[in-house]
Write a protein that binds this ligand. Structure first.
Ligand SMILES: Cc1cc2nc3c(=O)[nH]c(=O)nc-3n(C[C@H](O)[C@H](O)[C@H](O)COP(=O)(O)OP(=O)(O)OC[C@H]3O[C@@H](n4cnc5c(N)ncnc54)[C@H](O)[C@@H]3O)c2cc1C
Length: 373
């Protein structure tokens, strides 16, 4: 039962954004900046964002050597260049918007471990550098001369450095977005799951304590990534669960920092506060990981444990202190779906594994579309 005051003040908006992850918050901010007088509300089902945005690894990356080569097998050179450009310029835009300190950004580089399986890709390092030259004006990838200081397994034959990549603190990124929302007077309600979206009438329902509460808005932005098909069906979106584990603080100083990729990027790790954060391994059970359930796949956890003991810290066994899963959204294309469903409802979803890099820009594209109709 709602009061007179609640009905009068809390149910009608100019823009309602569904989903309070990177894309939802970025959409709210950029819309409000463009239209300061509009009333903007973000509805997030979790207490915190509960998809991918606070569950990720915080890699500020745009593609390792083997990933770019793999992309070239499925896309034209022009398409690959445009993907890399969008990711890199996306990273530059959040650094400019919020500042490196606020994001916990470190320009520590991206690294890829090369084993016998990927060694042939090295022959194409110069070709890829030439391809990317127009974007960066410098070679992107270089082979590290002395890799003994990393202490990796002897199976790691080479390490390739990408000097334009870095890492950030995913919590600080969301905190920066929350702070900006507050400055701009964007309202955020958490614990507010949208259970029904009426596209034709520009209305939506939030179920709360047994009551269905209907909100109305001139415009609605759907930013629910992997969960979108619960509200709008017939979209090319497949969920992809990702596991992350973090060790206890290690007694010895870890001799490296940066964003590290292994097995063509399916496994990734970094040094956070002298702990090893390690994640990925979806390729061990692709089908099983096409799920939105936030549970741990033990087969993948065991796989990550082996990578730790055999490749990253050979001979030592990890003590994982934390583990969690997050849900990504994939489809046939690596490009997000950004479109208007009608004159009132638009969406920016399916961010893949690069939402840290492209989330802000993707939100900007949606705001552009919402502003035109
Ligand atoms: C384990 C893991 C590691 C990753 N590592 C990296 C990385 O290192 N670098 C990188 O660039 N990217 C990484 N990503 C990908 C990146 O995190 C995502 O692409 C990005 O967070 C997507 O942002 P989003 O806002 O579109 O989606 P989400 O963060 O999923 O946000 C969608 C929000 O909508 C909410 N929601 C869903 N349905 C409803 C509803 N009905 N009502 C209300 N709210 C709803 C959800 O709770 C969620 O908070 C990783 C992802 C995972 C899972």
């Amino acid at each position: 039962m709602l009061s007179f005051w609640e009905k009068k003040h809390f149910l009608n908006f100019d823009l309602i954004v569904i989903g309070g992850g990177i894309v939802g918050l970025s959409t709210a901010i950029q819309y409000k900046k463009r239209f300061p007088v509009k009333n903007v509300l973000v509805l997030e089902r979790g207490l915190f964002p509960s998809g991918a945005s606070t569950k990720n690894a915080g890699f500020a990356c745009f593609g390792s050597l083997t990933e770019i080569l793999d992309d070239l097998n499925h896309h034209t050179e022009e398409e690959v260049l445009s993907l890399v450009k969008k990711r890199y310029s996306g990273l530059c835009s959040i650094r400019k918007e919020f500042g490196d300190d606020a994001l916990g950004y470190q320009a520590s580089g991206g690294f890829e471990l090369i084993t016998q399986n990927e060694i042939h890709d090295l022959y194409q390092l110069n070709t890829i550098n030439e391809l990317l030259y127009p974007l960066f004006g410098n070679p992107v990838f270089e082979e590290i001369k002395d890799i003994s200081t990393f202490g990796f397994s002897k199976k790691v034959l080479k390490v390739i450095r990408n000097r334009f990549e870095g890492e950030l603190d995913s919590g600080s990124f969301i905190q920066s977005l929350w702070n900006r929302c507050q400055e701009l007077n964007v309202k955020i309600l958490t614990g507010a799951e949208v259970t029904n979206l009426d596209i034709d009438n520009s209305e939506l329902t939030v179920s709360n304590e047994g009551n269905d509460i209907t909100f109305r808005s001139e415009k609605i932005a759907v930013c629910t990534n992997a969960f979108t098909k619960r509200l709008i069906s017939h979209l090319d979106i497949v969920p992809g669960r990702g596991l992350v584990v973090v060790t206890k603080k290690l007694p010895e100083t870890i001799p490296w920092t940066g964003s590290f990729h292994y097995d063509k990027g399916y496994v990734y790790f970094r040094n956070v506060d002298n702990r090893i954060l390690l994640g990925g391994g979806r390729n061990m059970d692709f089908l099983g990981e096409q799920s939105t359930d936030l549970i741990v796949n033990h087969k993948i956890r065991d796989y990550l444990k082996n990578i730790y003991s055999e490749i990253i810290m050979p001979g030592s066994s990890p003590e994982f202190e934390m583990e969690w899963t997050g849900i990504m959204a994939f489809g046939n294309s690596k490009t997000p779906i950004v479109k208007m469903v009608n004159n009132h409802v638009g969406m920016a979803v399916r961010l893949g594994g690069m939402g840290v890099a492209i989330g802000w820009k993707t939100a900007g594209e949606l705001v552009e579309k919402l502003s035109k109709v």
